[in-house]
Design a protein around this ligand. Structure first.
Ligand code: NAP
Length: 273
C-alpha cells in the first residue's frame, strides 16, 4: 500500500497549532483511540469538541483536559449513525475555527456474515462509512475555505483486502482507506492534509463489542502519537508491529492469497468462528 510522502516536514508545536488549530473535533472521544487523540491534542494546546453517545464520559474527560491544559472543551453527545447527525455536528461547531477532524467513532463485528444481525451491519455501514464521509465533506469544505486543516480517518489493517469472518467490517474500512487515499492527493494542493491510520489490534473497547480476541495489541496512545506525527507527511500510517508485519507478509501474495491469509488470522481472533 502506498505511503505517499510529501517533501513537507510534519508540523510541530506552534506550527501544528497554526496549521490545524485552534479547534479540533474528535469523534469516538469517550473511549480507546479517540480518547487518546483527545489527550494528545489537548497537550498540544488545541481546543476540543468531543463527540460520542456517552455524555457522562465525555463530560468527565472535558473537565480533566480543560483543567490540565487550560484549553476550551465542548461536549456533543450524538449518535453519529443517525442520518441527522452530520447536520447536528455542523450546527454545533458553527462559529468555531475548526482546523482538524479526527474521525475515530466506529465499531466492528467478527463472525459469520449470514449469522450476524442485519441491523447491526447496517448500523456499522452508517457509522463507519456514511457518517465519516459526511464529516469529511463538511469539514473538508471548511478547511479548503480557510486554506489549511487536516482530516484523520481511522482505517484498519483489515481494509486492504477482503477478510472472511469480518467481511462487512473489513469492507467498511476498505471504504475509509480508499476515501482517505483519494482525498489525500485531491486536497493537498488546497492546504488540507488527509491521513488514513491503519493499525492492527489496539487495546480499547473495540474487541468486546466486535467479539474478537486480540493478541499483540498496541496501546491507543501509540496509535494517536504515530498518526499525528505522520499527518502532513503520509497518506497512510500503520501504527503497531502487527500492522507493519502483516503488510510485509501479505505483500508478495496475490490478492486471493491475501484473503486466504486473513481468513487464517481471523479464525484465531473471532470468538464466534
Ligand atoms: N481497536 C482496534 O483493534 C482497531 C484496529 C483498527 C482500527 N480501529 C478503528 O479505530 C476506531 C476507534 O476504535 P477504538 O479501538 O477506539 O474502539 P472503542 O474503544 O470501542 O471506541 C469506539 C468509539 O466510537 C464511539 N461510537 C460508537 N458508536 C457510535 C455512534 N453510533 N455514535 C457516536 N459515537 C459512537 C464510542 O463512543 P460511545 O459508545 O460513547 O458512542 C467510542 O468512543 C474505529 O473506527 C475502529 O474501527 C480499531
Amino acid at each position: 500500500m502506498s505511503n505517499t510522502r510529501s517533501r513537507r516536514a510534519a508540523p510541530r508545536g506552534e506550527q501544528f497549532l497554526n496549521r490545524y488549530g485552534p479547534w479540533a473535533v474528535v469523534t469516538g472521544a469517550s473511549s480507546g483511540i479517540g480518547r487518546a487523540f483527545a489527550y494528545q491534542l489537548a497537550e498540544r494546546g488545541m481546543n476540543l469538541v468531543l463527540v460520542s453517545r456517552r455524555r457522562r464520559l465525555l463530560e468527565a474527560l472535558a473537565q480533566e483536559l480543560s483543567t490540565a491544559w487550560g484549553i476550551e472543551v465542548r461536549v456533543l453527545a450524538l449518535d453519529l449513525g443517525l442520518e441527522s447527525a452530520g447536520e447536528d455536528l455542523a450546527t454545533a461547531t458553527v462559529g468555531l475555527d475548526v482546523g482538524l477532524l479526527v474521525s475515530s467513532a466506529g465499531f466492528g463485528h467478527a463472525g459469520p456474515f449470514i449469522d450476524a444481525e442485519l441491523t447491526n451491519d447496517i448500523e456499522m455501514v452508517n457509522l463507519n462509512c456514511r457518517s465519516l464521509m459526511e464529516q469529511s465533506w463538511r469539514f473538508g469544505r471548511r478547511f479548503v475555505e480557510r486554506g489549511r486543516g487536516g482530516l484523520v480517518l481511522m482505517s484498519s489493517l483489515v481494509g486492504f483486502q477482503g477478510v472472511p469472518l469480518a467481511a462487512n467490517y473489513a469492507a467498511t474500512k476498505a471504504y475509509v482507506q480508499s476515501l482517505a487515499e483519494g482525498l489525500h492527493l485531491e486536497l493537498r494542493s488546497k492546504g488540507v492534509d488527509v491521513i488514513a491510520s491503519a493499525p492492527g489490534p489496539v487495546h480499547s473497547g473495540f474487541a468486546s463489542r466486535a467479539r474478537m480476541q486480540m493478541g499483540q495489541a498496541v496501546d491507543p496512545d501509540r496509535v494517536a502519537r504515530v498518526t499525528l506525527a505522520a499527518l502532513g507527511r503520509k497518506s497512510t500510517v500503520r501504527p503497531g508491529f502487527l500492522s507493519k508485519f502483516l503488510e510485509g507478509a501479505l505483500k508478495p501474495l496475490t490478492r486471493p492469497g491475501r484473503v486466504r491469509m486473513m481468513a487464517k488470522v481471523m479464525r484465531g481472533m473471532a470468538a464466534d468462528a
